[in-house]
Each structure stands twice: as structure tokens, then as C-alpha cells.
Design a protein around this ligand. Structure first.
Ligand code: MN
Length: 250
């Protein structure tokens, strides 16, 4: 059986002839990447309910990109003017999914906003606006340099012998960059495994779990032009197969 990968969507306000409707939008590239990695994509609509009931029908979890995490979730009472797209229900839902995924040791890949949600869930904090709060020569919003979504915005250095080095097989990877926030204080249990030339944390892993990886870039927007960027998705689906075997043998 193919691994069932739950993907979290982003809320949108869709203006139609008969009104404006809040919807949960699933960006197609995540679906394409999960399919290309041999998984079955399943969209997980945010709600206050039993996140565990969803996790029980999944083999793996993918937290997607999107708007900013509510700063109160990491103990910051002030909302920076550049912070946007706060959606407390999505924040709560993804935190509940992560808690349940850790309990079940469900393989989990966290992309862009996802790495930030992961860091906050484990007690870390975020830079609310890189341009305002970090003096950096690196452009982390590559659209401002006129680059396309699949273009390489900057390199990341991958920690030698880390789980991410095993995923990519090299220690320098070109990545795209579409974030105005970043990890500030790393959560105590997370280990940084890749960084941009300015020191911004671009990937983390959670040791002690089968597979919990966060990346600050968007591999799903790159893998068609840069096949190595399918590797994080392949690592996710491969980890789900290993977990199933481990469960059977328990
Ligand atoms: Mn970046």
C-alpha cells in the first residue's frame, strides 16, 4: 500500500459572484511532489476537533507553507506590522497535529511556515521580519530580486553527517527563498542541520524520532527543475514505510 501523506492547506478568501467565502486551498505543487515521491496526498482541513482521528488514517504528515504564526504562540505580545496572514485556527490545528504526530512517531516534513510552526510547537521563537530585524546581505524573498519560484535564491550549508546530509548526499544545496520570518531562538529539542550564508537556520531535525525534518525553503516548487529537491519527499515516504515495518515487528 502506498503511504498516505496528510498535507495541511492554507486558508483563502475567495471572492465569487454570490459572495466571499473562506476556503482551504491546497497548493498543487505539494500534491505533485507527494505523488512524485510515491505517496497518496490527503488534504487536512483545519478544525478544532480530534486531530488524532486524522493522524490515525495517515502514514506521514506534511506541514505546508503559508501565513505567519500568531506571535502570542511564542510568547511575543507585539505583532510586527509586517506580520501577515495570522490564522489562529490553523495555528492550533497544526500544533495539535504535531503533538499527535510526535506521540505516534509519524514521519513529518515541515516546509517554510511548517519549520516555523515546528520550532514554535517545541518552545522556540521567530524573527517576525527579517528585513527589519536582521542585518543580512542575503535576500530571503527572492521575488524581490526578480527570480522565479524554481530558481536558486541562495545556497545552504548542510551539517556534515546530519540526517539532512544523508537525504541530499552533499553538503551544499541551492535553495529558493520565500520567507520574511525565520527561526530566532531554536527550540531546545531541535537540531539545526542547514544554514544560509548569513547564519539563518534553513533546516532542522528532531532527534529521537523516526523522521521529523523542517526546511525553510520550498522544495515542492523546485523538484521539477532540480530533481534533488524531490529527495526530502522521498525521504518522507521512505520513512513511512520503515515505520510501518517497525510497527508490524513490534
Ligand atoms: Mn532563505
Amino acid at each position: 500500500m502506498k503511504p498516505r501523506i496528510g498535507i495541511t492547506p492554507s486558508p483563502t478568501q475567495d471572492v465569487l459572484a454570490h459572495g466571499t467565502f473562506e476556503r482551504y486551498a491546497m497548493a498543487r505543487p505539494y500534491v505533485d511532489a507527494v505523488l512524485a515521491a510515491g505517496g497518496v496526498p490527503i488534504v487536512l482541513p483545519p478544525h478544532d476537533g480530534d486531530a488524532g482521528a486524522l493522524l490515525d488514517i495517515l502514514d506521514g504528515l506534511l506541514l505546508s507553507g503559508g501565513g505567519d504564526v500568531e506571535p502570542a504562540r511564542y510568547g511575543e505580545p507585539t505583532i510586527h506590522p509586517a506580520t501577515y496572514g495570522i490564522h489562529p485556527l490553523r495555528d492550533r490545528f497544526e500544533a495539535a497535529l504535531l503533538a499527535g504526530a510526535f506521540e505516534r512517531d509519524l514521519p513529518t516534513l515541515c516546509i517554510c511556515r511548517g519549520i516555523q510552526v515546528l520550532n514554535v510547537a517545541l518552545g522556540g521563537t521567530l524573527v517576525q521580519d527579517i528585513a527589519d530585524q536582521l542585518a543580512t546581505p542575503v535576500q530571503h524573498r527572492q521575488q524581490e530580486n526578480g527570480l522565479a519560484t524554481h530558481d536558486i535564491g541562495h545556497d545552504v550549508d548542510v551539517a556534515a553527517d546530519s540526517p539532512l546530509a544523508r537525504v541530499f548526499g552533499v553538503e551544499r544545496v541551492g535553495v529558493n527563498s520565500y520567507h520574511h520570518q525565520a527561526i530566532m531562538r531554536l527550540a531546545p529539542d531541535l537540531v539545526p542541520v542547514a544554514s544560509a550564508p548569513d547564519g539563518v537556520t534553513e533546516a532542522v531535525v528532531l532527534p529521537g524520532k523516526a523522521f521529523v525534518v523542517g526546511v525553510q525553503w520550498h522544495p515542492e516548487l523546485m523538484f521539477e527543475r532540480h530533481p534533488e529537491q524531490l529527495k526530502p519527499f522521498l525521504a518522507l515516504t521512505e520513512a513511512t514505510s520503515a515505520q510501518k515495518l517497525a510497527t508490524l515487528n513490534r
